[in-house]
Write a protein that binds this ligand. Structure first.
Ligand code: SF4
Length: 900
């Protein structure tokens, strides 16, 4: 379509509004209420234009472009309406631009400037309420509000928190939270979307106030360092310091976060400026960690590693890589372990979160990754979400699911022992007993098969193992499943019917499924369900493990695992070893041909076959299970080296601590949960005294006699590209915009949004016969409650980053244990009181949160708090295949605490 705007002929797509076409063509039409991410509301009339043949003025945000349309944006009549819009806004409230945080980035100020309005021609005497400064991160200054409604639209239809509304009427109307509560006392989760969308200075980030004027600020694009959603962030930088963060809006429709952020991405990045940052290497002398030079620290580490290797062999050293660091750094760490130390003892925290997924899905489907993408929520008819507290652990994606369900009528099934936010809006929500997942999943499948709801054609064409699988379903009768899981037969039937007959269904799961001694079986049961209903290889379907940390998918892809090189190429394959040896310039025989130890096995072997651990960016002393035991084990090492940005609980026990840099100070790629590889470029220079992880690894390698170790992110990525088939087609240039999803085999390949679309990668999907196995530990008279651990919205992992961010730490300052009123009351435990929680491994004291979110007989503790470390309690019983610990189930007891 061709239209003419102010005499200029421009091309328009069908469905585009005049405003969208004009903006694309670089023609200025102002808008106060319209925003690309909230769409039109035609409230402000700032965007009026003249259209030939139409009576009166039309709002460009609303009017669709039509072929041949002739539009004028700057006629006298248009300018007059715009003037009156601006003058009316300026006539009341507080528009003292010099004192306003938005000055220089204000759409009203910009309109006034372009129209030559220096001051309003009249003033309306009107009282406005006090600014609301009650929340931790956001200020609402009603006196600057222009009632455009963008914040309300973003809150209710974008991030889907549904907190904001326009309250009162006429001159008294103003933005309110919930039923007119101060924001800090409302249900607002402080995601900050309202402030990002505000066109003026009415809603601002409290933490940004007074930091810099807008013209002093540069916006630099990077990737959020927290969860696996991989939100693309624009960070504001001045004087090479991080100031604040906003969701990236460039090409927002094609980004995983669509311009949005959660509270962690918005307010959780302050840690990069924290005074606790390590800036000098530390070395233990006379039992104390003391500052030293880089040369002394690196020489010492290299000498000790060389000595241990010479005395005990490379297998006496273990390397822990990190899901918080880049692909390049993970690749460097596994290259260091394999080509410099000569061991496959390299692993990372995926062992503790999704190793069951990798093992279970690789066996059944041929790939351990998420099959589909987060952009497909509107193509899904039925969501089955289990073992994932999505709105806390993957908040922006949780919002997209909420939007699909509440605004687009998609169906939602939630199966989880804890009633989370999505459970509250689910069509079917049931609680299963902890550790009963194989039973209910196979029970659902038995119902599907008995009713003939399965996809016979898909099974015949794409699956194998039907007979054994079908036979194993017999054990999962309705009665048996109810006995094991507590799920009523009618609920099980309703879930089976909705999943199998409701259209294209997608399963999303996370650590509630994986962190069990039968985690691999759980994942196989999930894969079975998708396979028998033919929900693979198509838009909106799939088996979708939500990965926890920003680069846990990438760390796996890069071969920071004991059994595979990058791209999941087996270390036991001689051809593969030869390929890597050739590029790395080492003898193939120098590469270890045996599968190495997992992190959980390394811990058990400390002081025996393992003499040294080199840990990059991980804090096992908070994140690993059974911490008391771990502490003893670490104490048995000859050498513990930790590379991190803070003196974490693990670093404080090290012999040498090497100061690294956070994400803002490095260039590299991250692979999010949907296999999207994204490039983040350095936004600020490294803090003086710190070095990048890959740089430290290369310097150690040089001291150990390896001179050809890549020394830049580009050089490392070139090796990744060369050696990793699924990354062959990627270059930094190609990744720069919205990234690419692997597999991307050639430089003209567009990347792969949906796996298995040309047949199951494994060849045929393996249907797995399964039997129910109970958890390793069960409740008894001494320990009558079942403890589960996990995350909370405001904090992350060991808390070393999120707890050093003021807003997050103020919103969630304490460790809490959730306990059902029926369990709290007989023990005289009131909400907010300190209680002791004890298991067979330890005891911690923390506040009780008496809530029906948890089931009777269940406790839930987030594991982020060092002062009440949940992992002092958890069990280190392992899944026999994946070696994942059983974080989700252990037996516990509670009592009122003597502590204040
Ligand atoms: Fe996005 Fe996750 Fe970061 Fe939140 S924590 S901003 S959802 S990547």
């Amino acid at each position: 379509m061709k239209i003419t705007i102010d005499g200029k002929e421009v091309i328009a797509e069908v469905g585009q509004t005049i405003l969208e076409v004009a903006r694309e063509a670089g023609i200025y039409i102002p808008s106060l209420c319209w925003h690309p991410r909230t769409g039109p509301s035609a409230r402000c009339r700032a965007c009026v234009v003249e259209v030939e043949g139409m009576r009166g003025l039309v709002t460009a945000c609303h009017e669709k472009a039509a072929d041949g349309m002739v539009i004028r944006t700057d006629t006298e009549q248009v300018q007059s309406v715009r003037r009156s819009v601006v003058e009316l806004q300026l006539s009341s409230g507080n528009h003292d631009c010099l004192a306003c945080e938005a000055c220089g980035n204000c759409e009203l100020q910009d309109m006034a400037y372009r129209l030559g309005i220096e001051s309003p021609p009249y003033l309306i005497d009107q009282e406005t309420p006090e600014a609301d400064e009650s929340s931790e991160g956001i200020i609402i200054d009603h006196s600057r509000c222009i009632h455009c409604g963008r914040c309300i639209e973003g809150c209710n239809s974008g991030v889907m928190h549904e907190v904001l509304a326009m309250g009162n009427r006429g001159n008294d109307s103003r933005v309110i939270c919930d039923n007119d509560r101060p924001m800090g006392e409302s249900s607002c989760v402080q995601c900050g979307e309202c402030a990002q969308l505000c066109p003026v200075g009415a809603i601002i980030y409290k933490t940004a106030r007074g930091k810099a004027r807008n013209w002093e600020v540069e916006r630099r694009r990077t990737v959020c360092p927290y969860c696996g959603v991989g939100c693309v962030i624009d960070i504001a930088v001045a004087d090479n310091r991080y100031l604040w963060a906003e969701g990236c809006e460039h090409n927002w429709e094609n980004l995983p976060n669509q311009g949005m952020l959660c509270v962690k991405g918005r307010f959780g990045l302050e840690y990069v400026n924290h005074p606790d940052r390590l800036t000098k290497p530390l070395i233990r002398k006379n039992g104390e960690l003391v500052e030293t030079s880089w040369d002394e620290a690196l020489d010492y580490v290299a000498d000790r590693l060389a000595q241990i290797k010479s005395d005990h062999g490379g297998g006496a050293i273990g390397c822990l890589s990190s899901a918080k660091t880049t692909n390049e750094e993970n690749f460097a760490m596994q290259r260091f372990a394999r080509a410099v130390i000569g061991t496959n003892n390299v692993d990372h925290c995926a062992r503790l979160c999704h190793s069951s997924t990798v093992a279970g899905l690789a066996t059944t489907l041929g790939s351990g990754a998420m099959t589909n993408s987060m952009q497909e929520t509107l193509d899904t008819d039925v969501f089955l979400i289990t073992g994932s507290n999505t709105t806390w652990c993957h908040p922006v994606f949780g919002g997209l699911i909420k939007r699909a369900v509440k605004r687009h009528g998609k169906k939602l099934i939630v199966v989880d022992p804890r009633e989370n936010d999505l459970a509250k809006i689910a069509d079917h929500y049931v609680r299963q007993r902890g550790g009963s997942d194989v039973a209910w999943l196979m029970g659902v499948q038995r119902i599907i098969v008995e009713n003939g709801w399965h996809d016979e054609d898909f099974i015949k064409e794409h699956c194998e193992g039907w007979d054994d699988y079908r036979e194993s379903l017999e054990a999962f009768t309705l009665e048996k499943v109810e006995e094991i899981s507590g799920i009523l037969p009618e609920d099980l039937e309703a879930i089976a019917r909705m999943y199998a007959t409701g259209g294209t269904a997608a399963i999303y799961f996370s650590m509630g499924i994986t962190q069990h001694t039968h985690g691999v079986d759980n994942v196989k049961a999930v894969a079975n369900l998708a396979l028998i209903c033919g929900n693979l290889g198509k838009r909106g379907g799939g088996v979708n493990p939500l990965r926890g940390q920003s680069n846990v998918q990438g760390a796996c892809d890069m071969g920071a695992l004991p059994n595979v090189f990058s791209g999941y190429q087996k270390v036991t394959d001689v051809i593969v070893r030869e390929k890597f040896a050739r590029v790395w310039g080492v003898e193939p025989s120098s590469l270890d041909d045996q599968v190495g130890l997992t992190v959980t096995q390394m811990v058990q072997e400390c002081g025996k076959s393992i003499r040294s651990l080199y840990i990059m960016g991980e804090n096992p002393m908070l994140s690993d299970p059974n911490l008391n035991h771990l502490e003893q084990q670490l104490g048995k090492l000859d050498l513990l080296v930790v590379q991190d940005i803070f003196l974490t609980e693990t670093a404080s026990r090290a012999d040498v601590v090497l100061p690294a840099v956070p994400f803002t100070e490095k260039t590299g790629t991250y692979t999010n949960t949907e296999r999207r590889v994204q490039l983040a470029r350095r936004a600020i220079p490294p803090l003086a005294g710190c070095r990048q992880d890959y740089e430290i690894i290369a310097q150690l390698a040089a001291r150990l006699g390896v001179d050809n170790f890549p020394r830049t992110p580009d050089a490392l990525f070139a090796e990744i590209k060369q050696l990793t088939p699924s990354y062959h087609g990627m270059t930094y240039e190609r990744l720069d915009d919205v990234g690419l999803r692997w597999p991307c085999p050639t430089e003209d390949h567009p990347g792969t949004a949906i796996l298995h679309s040309e047949g199951i990668i494994r060849g045929r999907g393996q249907l797995s016969p399964l039997a129910y196995r109970p958890p390793a530990e069960s409740c008894d008279g001494n320990y009558p409650l079942l403890l589960s651990t996990g995350r909370m919205l405001e904090h992350f992992h060991g808390g070393s980053m999120s707890r050093r961010s003021v807003v997050l730490d103020h919103i969630a300052p304490h460790a809490v244990v959730e306990i059902h009123p029926d369990n709290a009351s007989p023990l005289g435990i009131n909400d907010g009181e300190m209680i002791d929680v004890e298991t067979r491994r330890g005891k911690i004291t923390l506040r009780a949160n008496v809530t029906e979110a948890v089931d009777r007989g269940m406790l839930y503790i987030p594991f982020h708090f060092v002062e009440a470390a949940a992992n002092r309690l958890t069990s280190d019983a392992l899944d026999p295949v994946s070696k994942i610990p059983e974080y989700k189930v252990c037996a516990a007891r509670v009592s009122r605490s003597e502590s204040p």
